[in-house]
Each structure stands twice: as C-alpha cells, then as structure tokens.
Design a protein around this ligand. Sequence first.
Ligand SMILES: NC(=O)c1ccc[n+]([C@@H]2O[C@H](COP(=O)([O-])OP(=O)(O)OC[C@H]3O[C@@H](n4cnc5c(N)ncnc54)[C@H](OP(=O)(O)O)[C@@H]3O)[C@@H](O)[C@H]2O)c1
Length: 335
Amino acid sequence: MRGWQVHSYGGIEELQLAENAKIPTISNANEVLVKVQTAGVNPIDVAMLRGYGAPILKLARNATTDIEFPLTFGREFTGVVVQKGMGVSDRLKTGQTVWGVVPLQKQGSHAEYVVVSESTVTELPQELNSVEGSAVLYAESSLRDKRVLILGASGSVGSLAAQILKAEHAIVIGSCSSDAMPMVQTLGVDHIIDYTDESSSNAFSQCGPYDLILDCAGQGQDGALKYGWQFKEFVTFSAPLLRNVDEHGLIFGMAKNVADLATANIKTLSTKQACVKWAYFVPSLRGIEYLKCLVERKKLLPKIDSVYGFDEAPEAYKKVKEGHLRGKVVIDFHK
Ligand SMILES: NC(=O)c1ccc[n+]([C@@H]2O[C@H](COP(=O)([O-])OP(=O)(O)OC[C@H]3O[C@@H](n4cnc5c(N)ncnc54)[C@H](OP(=O)(O)O)[C@@H]3O)[C@@H](O)[C@H]2O)c1
C-alpha cells in the first residue's frame, strides 16, 4: 500500500511517501482493517512529527511491539471496512463506510489502510460526506444555561466545541481574530469577541463571569490567570503532560506534571475559588455515538479549512503548522 511514513523525528521534510508499505494486519479479535478514504490532519500530527510525546508513546507501543519507526500519523479517518477480526460484532460489516479515530500510540490513518479497535469506529452518519467525516472526532464533551467562553472558536476543536455546547443549550461566547468572525457567527454562538482588537479587551470581563473557559487556542494553564477573568473552571487542551516527560524524562516529568497542575490549582483556588483542568483526547465509542447523534440531528456540522490530495500530505501538515485555521484540514485519498 501507499503510506506517509517517518523514519526519524524532525520537520515536514521527514515525511516520506512509501509506495510499497506493508498493509497492517489484524492482531486482535476485536480489530477491523479499514481502507481509508479521507483523514484529518491535526496539530498533534505536526507535534508528533517533531517527537512530541515520544518517550511515553514509545512505552505505550512497546506493550505490543518494540519497533518505533517507521511511524504513520493521522488520528481520524473515514473509510470502508475490508476485514473484520473474529470477535467484531455485527454492528460493523465488511463493505460498510465508517468513521473513526486512532489512539496516539497506534499506526495512523495517513496511509491507504489502517487497523483499529471496533470500539473506536462506527458507521459514518449519512448527513456527512467523507471529507466532513474526517473533521469531527478528534475533539469532543448538563450544560444548559452555563456561561462558556471558548478561546479559539474558529479552529478545528473550537468550532466543534461551540456547536456541541450550543446543542447542550449553553450560553457560548467565542473568541477569534477579526477575519474569522463571520465563520464563528455561523456556529450559532451568542457573542463573539475579536481577541486581536485591543479595544475589546474589556469585553472578556464584561461577558463573564464564566462557568467554564475552554482553551482551544493553545494558551495552556497559564492562560487561566493571565487575564484576570472570573470563572469556575478553566479547561485547557494544551496541557504540558507529554512535553514535561519529553524534557525531564518519565519519572521527573510525571512529578513535574503533578506539581504543575497542583500549582495552577492552588493559585486559581486561592484567588478565584476556581479550578484548572487538563483535557485529553481519549477514543471512546460513547463519544463517537454522541457526536453521530448530534450530526444526525443537524446540530453539528464540521467546518473544513482546506482539502488536500494524498500526494499533497506535506502541504497539509505545513498548513496545520502555520496555524490560523478556520476549521479542519483534511486529506482526501481520491482527490
Ligand atoms: N489535548 C488533546 O488531546 C488535544 C486534542 C485536540 C487539540 N488539542 C490542542 O488544542 C488546541 C486547538 O487545536 P485545534 O486543532 O483546534 O487547532 P487549530 O485548528 O489550529 O485552532 C486554533 C485556533 O485558535 C485561534 N487562536 C490562536 N490564538 C488565539 C487567541 N489568543 N485567542 C483566540 N483564538 C486564538 C487560531 O486562529 P487565529 O490565530 O487566526 O486567531 C485558530 O483558529 C491546539 O493547541 C491543539 O494542540 C489537544
């Protein structure tokens, strides 16, 4: 099969197109082999390319294999089931079009075939085409009337979070830069703040206090105290968990993680009676079914920033690396 692989960590030039890569094989009874049609490109792919999280992921991989390279990235996909393990339920059928996610420690979907556990795959909702189906699952969440500020409402995670929160009847305030405001408007948020406009800096405080601030803009836990906003919970998708282990090794890195999270919470609890949490992508069938339900009820429509052909994968990585995205970057294998 054809697949994008890396043989060492580094920049986008490390991505190599293998023309005769080995088709992955099912090794557990609960796995399926999927022929990929589209695959999302996420900031985590660009980060893993430069070695982000390598020590912990290598440990996780060694549970099944001791080979680190070549690695294939790509965490979400749509495709067709071509083979089922003996233990896979009738819920999934050969020939069925599905969408799914791949855990970080597994070989990814930027290749023509991927093997995944049945618990991370379901039938693709009919409401989505295959490009849209690769733009939802690598982001997920009684929120009625809760006041939520989304930092980075224009990005891949933020634009989905805004729609999920609105479906849950939350009051949503989204921040983005000025050129993204029309797109964020279409998400149905209640109020938009242009974070690049200095005159709107008061608006963040005026729209609060917030039940929840969701950091989808790479602010990290320091964002909780930086601006003096009032909130009960600050949840960041940019936690230092893997970076601490990369920089300090497994034991000291994990100790630093405990210390970092404790320090952030001591500060916010003492000044705001509020807490800071780290959010992580965890593949789950319940989460996928929940998102499928929102798509079927037309409460969730993925925003697509751009679509690249399979041979253009390095361009797609470059686009994600450059940032300022307006939704998801997707690789379409048939483009
Ligand atoms: N922990 C996990 O498992 C997990 C899972 C998915 C994503 N993530 C992380 O979550 C973050 C968002 O991911 P993503 O895929 O949504 O990235 P993305 O598509 O690049 O979106 C980030 C968005 O934030 C905007 N932005 C940047 N600085 C901002 C600021 N100060 N205030 C408001 N908006 C700002 C950017 O647009 P402009 O710069 O043009 O304003 C962009 O639209 C990334 O840091 C990613 O690594 C973590």
